[in-house]
Design a protein around this ligand. Structure first.
Ligand SMILES: Nc1ncnc2c1ncn2[C@@H]1O[C@H](COP(=O)(O)OP(=O)(O)OP(=O)(O)O)[C@@H](O)[C@H]1O
Ligand SMILES: [Mg+2]
Length: 342
């Protein structure tokens, strides 16, 4: 029996537009995608539908005839399919085809573009909170660089001068490394098709950025990584997910505590958790933390888009995001992502 509050949709055609359409519809809580059909088994939206656990078929007619469907969206661009639908669909099933489906297709792509702009905006806004951490990290090698340069001006012993020069180069390279990390991070992430991502490497890469969220050094990092944990995702987006969760954790600990990063793989599903020993989240806020613009941080220190984007990305790849928290003890966010299309 269908849930009366939900609209059951089936999609005919799994071309490039099918991907944008799947992305758009999976974000709508009252829409259920009951299936997608394409005669071409190599159609690009099919692996994505698989990952989202949406039934796929080559038999368009069976999907057209499927009972309980409220709406058939035809994005095959084939007018013969329009005729097939009219001849075989259930009376109560509505149809979106022709120009109307093309408009929906365009809208879906437009939403995908805006979503990626939103990710980039949130990322750049969040970089402000890294400023003092970055300055702190640059300050130490900068101090060595200046002190040893001054020392060389007065030093006459050649071997000491060489030794100092080596330290100066070393300090310069450290600053160069910091600058490279930051410019790489700030760059707009290229749209990449989902691929197999090594989770442990991504967690380590993200930590290099997230640790700028504090200038306090009193932070223990515990890694509990299983070997070869892989998931299917856009590597840039997954990186952003990890940076957001780690930054929140570090902020919640106010620079002091233990950040535990864990990864494992169970039954083809990659499990990642990011746990902190920070302030914890009050029960009444647990419902709200994923809402766009919900933040408990002072103005200028948080946009409240971090977790909203994290959830959107995880959902896009058919994954799960869970949170367990206790006030005064800490918080654990757990992500589950399929390793490959089922
Ligand atoms: N690990 C955590 N421990 C305690 N509270 C948390 C944690 N993660 C998130 N929160 C709470 O959830 C709120 C929303 O988090 P979210 O990442 O969406 O936004 P933000 O961190 O406030 O701002 P930003 O958009 O810069 O990330 C935070 O303001 C904080 O109150
Ligand atoms: Mg945040």
């Amino acid at each position: 029996m269908n849930n009366p509050d939900r609209t059951t949709v089936v999609i005919l055609g799994a071309g490039r537009g099918g991907i944008a359409l799947l992305e758009l519809l999976t974000h709508l809580p009252r829409v259920e995608i009951a299936g997608i059909a394409d005669e071409d088994t190599s159609a690009p939206a099919l692996p994505y539908a698989n990952q989202l656990k949406i039934p796929i078929t080559q038999d368009l007619l069976s999907l057209i005839r499927q009972p309980g469907t409220h709406l058939i969206v035809n994005v095959t661009g084939d007018s013969n399919i329009d005729r097939l639908i009219v001849a075989h669909k259930h009376v109560e099933t509505e149809v979106l085809g022709g120009v109307a489906s093309k408009v929906l297709w365009d809208l879906a792509q437009h939403v995908a573009k805006i979503q990626s702009q939103l990710f980039q905006t949130e990322k750049l806004a969040g970089m402000g909170t890294f400023a003092s951490g970055i300055a702190h990290d640059i300050n130490n090698p900068l101090y060595i660089l200046l002190a040893f340069s001054e020392n060389i001006l007065e030093e006459t012993d050649v071997s000491t001068i060489h030794e100092r020069a080596r330290s100066i180069i070393e300090a310069g390279k450290r600053i160069q490394g910091i600058c490279q990390n930051i410019t790489q991070y700030a760059r707009t992430a290229k749209a990449v098709d989902p691929c197999t991502v090594n989770v442990n490497d991504k967690l380590d890469e993200a930590l290099k950025i997230a640790r700028y969220a504090t200038i306090l050094q009193d932070l223990s990092i515990v890694r509990k990584y299983a070997e070869n944990v892989e998931v299917l995702a856009n590597p840039n987006e997954l990186f952003q997910v990890f940076v957001n969760l780690m930054t929140n954790a570090i902020h919640a600990m106010e620079g002091r505590g233990t950040l535990t990063l864990s990864s494992c793989c169970e039954n083809g599903v990659g499990k990642i958790s990011i746990a902190d020993t920070g302030s914890g989240i009050p029960t009444e806020n647990l419902e709200k933390i994923f809402d766009p613009f919900f933040t408990t941080k002072p103005p200028g220190q948080g946009t409240g888009l971090g977790l909203h984007n994290v959830r959107a990305i995880i959902k896009k790849y058919g994954g799960e995001l869970r949170v367990v928290s206790e006030v005064g003890k800490g918080t654990t966010f757990t992500i589950e992502l399929p390793k490959s299309p089922m």
